[in-house]
Design a protein around this ligand. Structure first.
Ligand code: NZQ
Ligand code: ZN
Length: 391
């Protein structure tokens, strides 16, 4: 096991009706003027935004609002938010929504206290020294940004979608997780979120680090629970218990607990980020296509983890089978599972008939260098093979 630091200071407030506590939680975390950030309108339609306004007003907390965050969030709204903070002196950022909204809020939180352009942090030109506090009300179980120290933003000037990682400054102070708030999600978003959280675990599970049995078993347990709960939530979107388990799994998948002591991979995410930057696809659906393609190619070079996953999580029987057959059956089962949730498993099914693979590969290595990943180090010949495999 590798050395590690694992600090998750976020206060998770979980359960029915917990959004009513938001005013108190903001004050406990030093807020005097709150900027609410939200997306394209789901929180308006559900009445959640009104309830948040009421909760802040009850605590005499002044607030402003910035709506309009798009899925795969863009830099322009972050810049608008930064200007609002500077002009109107907000000292606390409150995203109400999903990963895109939370990531926009995190971009505002670090950019508002920085003299240069906030993009410097995302492209690695500068390191965050300080950021405004962020508190979250989550409405979709997916990206895990409610517990992570990450933010992913697309820069429209060069269409780079880059992930910033800074747990010291970007982990939320609190995250309100009410599973009922996820009951209005369209099935495709629920399914995409489930795939995203599973791949957050896979990005950590596929490693070459020795002696990590606790981390392995935690990861396998969360994965198997997700696979048990997912069909329930798809069959009955109002199933509170299933929604609750999926919501908590999304947090556990990405707050770092499933990656303690291991060298993580992240190549599938980098490859998907290029897809969502170029074609605007839903992140989790893009992963349902990219991850099995990645696994097919890398397990030919480094098979040990793919076999372990097939046997322990995907319940492939080893009887009379070669390692290659066990792995192939594991990958097929994973694809079948995501298909059963209504997700695409090829680029064609994702709506990309003629993928521009040369551009995807070029952009990928411009953004992330060469090689990428750790479980198998991928040069551009291999990343091209993976995009081809995904067709
Ligand atoms: O914008 P609104 O109207 O709110 O609608 C959203 C959006 O259309 C809708 N939605 C959310 N909650 C809803 C709802 N609709 C009805 N009822 C609800 N309760 O769902 C759509 C998707 O929202 P989004 O915030 O984009 O989803 P998600 O949480 O999957 O976030 C995806 C983004 O997070 C990034 C992805 O790359 C992508 O940009 N990621 C962020 C990470 C992080 N910060 O740690 C890690 C992830 O790997 C990921 O890369
Ligand atoms: Zn993800």
């Amino acid at each position: 096991m590798e050395n590690f630091v694992f600090c998750t200071p976020t206060n998770f407030v979980f359960g029915r009706g917990t959004e009513s506590q938001v005013g108190k939680l903001c004050i406990e975390n030093g807020a005097t003027r709150v900027l609410i950030v939200y997306g394209g309108g789901s929180v308006v339609r559900s009445g959640l935004l009104d309830r948040v306004r009421t909760a802040l007003t009850e605590e005499n907390l002044p607030f402003g609002e910035l709506g309009g965050v798009k899925p795969n969030p863009e830099d322009d709204l972050v810049r608008i938010g930064i200007d609002m903070v500077r002009n109107e002196h907000f000292d606390f950022i409150l995203p109400v929504g999903g990963g895109s909204t939370i990531d926009t809020a995190k971009g505002i939180a670090c950019g508002a206290l920085y003299d240069g352009d906030f993009w410097d942090f995302y492209c690695g030109k500068a390191k965050i020294q300080k950021a405004l506090p962020v508190g979250v009300i989550l409405t979709i179980a997916a990206a895990g940004s409610e517990g992570s120290g990450n933010s992913v933003i697309t820069n429209l000037s060069n269409m780079q979608k880059l992930s910033l990682r800074c747990p010291e400054h970007l982990r939320p102070r609190f995250s309100i997780l009410n599973p009922e708030l996820t009951m209005t999600l369209p099935p495709y978003q629920t399914a995409s979120g489930i795939c995203d959280m599973m791949v957050h675990i896979f990005e950590r599970y596929f490693n070459n680090t020795a002696e990590t049995s606790i981390t392995d078993r935690v990861s396998e347990g969360v994965l198997m629970s997700i696979m048990d709960e997912a069909p329930k939530v798809m069959a009955n979107p109002q199933d509170y218990g299933a929604r609750a388990n999926i919501m908590w799994a999304g947090m556990l998948a990405h707050n770092g607990i499933c990656g303690t002591g291991v060298v993580e991979d992240w190549a599938s995410h980098f490859m998907e980020h290029e897809l969502s930057a170029l074609y605007g696809v839903t992140h989790g659906a893009g992963l349902a296509v990219m991850f099995p393609a990645w696994l097919t190619v890398v397990s030919r070079i480094n098979p040990h983890r793919a076999k372990q996953l097939a046997l322990r999580v995907l319940h492939v029987s080893p009887e009379g089978k070669t390692d290659e057959e066990i792995i192939a059956e594991g990958i097929a089962r994973l694809r079948e599972f995501w298909h059963s949730l209504g997700l695409p498993i090829t680029l064609k099914e994702l709506g990309i008939e003629n993928p521009d693979i040369d551009t995807l590969v070029r952009n990928l290595h411009i953004a992330k260098g060469e090689p990428i990943g750790n479980y198998v180090k991928l040069d551009r010949k291999l990343t091209k093979e993976i995009y081809e495999e995904a067709r």
